[in-house]
Design a protein around this ligand. Sequence first.
Ligand code: HAM
Length: 422
Amino acid sequence: MEKINSLTGMLDLISSKSDQNEFANKIFSTEESLRVIFENFSLCEIRTPALENTNLFKRSVGDTSDIVNKELYTFLDKNEKSISLRPEGTASVIRSVVEKKLDGQLHKLWYLGPMWRYERPQKGRFRQFNQAGVEILGYEEGVAEFDLVSLICSINKELKIHEPILKINHLGDKDAKKEYCKALTDFLKPMENDLDEKDQERLKKNPLRILDSKNEEIKKILVNAPSISDFLPSSSIDLLTKLKKTFSDDCNIQIDYNLVRGLDYYTGLVFEAISSDLGAQDAYLGGGRYDSLCKNLGGKDLPAIGMAIGIERLTLISNYKHKNKTSISFIIISGNEEPKAYKIAHDLRALNKQINIDVQLSYASLKSKLRKANKNNASYAVIIGDEELTSNTAILKSLKEKDSEQSILKIDELKKFILNLE
Ligand code: HAM
């Protein structure tokens, strides 16, 4: 029969006990570290469905954005209704808060899960990827910004990111944004024919996005373009300066007045964390303030700010070494009374949840089971054969110390030993 392979840009992640450098192992330990940090910041978890009404993303991320225009996985369900796999988490969080009538309250939320974008796969860019996101809802500008940047600094530190840079910018208030868009359009209009098709479209619908152009010719044109810094109210510049100053010991924060984001809902502070270790796809985290989104999705006026991290990208640049739990390889060499040995393993597991007990299920020889225990980085082997079962004992062998003697312990002594393991 012909084999069926996974779709392009979609990864299988299979963890392994033997190779701690395995990408899947690192991904899962990145996720675990993030969960601990989110708890430390007293955030609450939210889970929303992977599928949403397509209009949700059109009205939030924006129907001129690449994400909605080109990258959505969209199809008709059996009722001919257009649904899409979520390309990001913010829109769903706000949809959910509005739907549950929770949009009059304060929230500090986090989520973690797969997102889908039909992009050209390359290093750090997938069609199904995982994001961990944080959304802080109900807090006006000037408070939540500091908590969010503090969280980003903590993630960089905990996951040992090599030379991270946090770029920040501010899109100003409504008036400033409008005036700047007009000035940018006036500047670019005479050069419209030099712009590529994509940027000509952006010039009509969302000129700010041209600042994000990857086209070298357009980058040259933009050198002389008006800067948003000339249009920002002093409160915006003040916020950028204070954020940079407050966290200067922990984080390399750079104010970048050309920074814009690929999603339409941003209104105030915007930011992206980059690392040169990533190559072309250098942003491993992005976010900003989006005070109008809740109202645009039919809810109340709810100030909001958030960010999302690409788990695969963060893992690629993390130098964090996950501390493995102590692991015991449980080896049964008994022809007759095997179930009794399984019951001993069962009782031992219940004694200490901080350690792992791997009962080797194969009928291989003792020698090959010990080899497997070593390969899987077990610290100890517990060996039980017919003789041990008769005398209510077990053999305990340390696998980490070279030439260590093995000892025979009564099962009660073994229980005490396991209870005290860390
Ligand atoms: P975003 O910048 O589109 O923002 O995505 C956040 C992060 O997801 C990126 O920095 C990147 O690490 C990762 N990412 C995006 N696309 C891919 C891909 N194709 N493959 C691998 N990783 C990828 C958002 O999604 C906003 N919802 C962030 C936000 C939350 N803003 C406010 N709240």
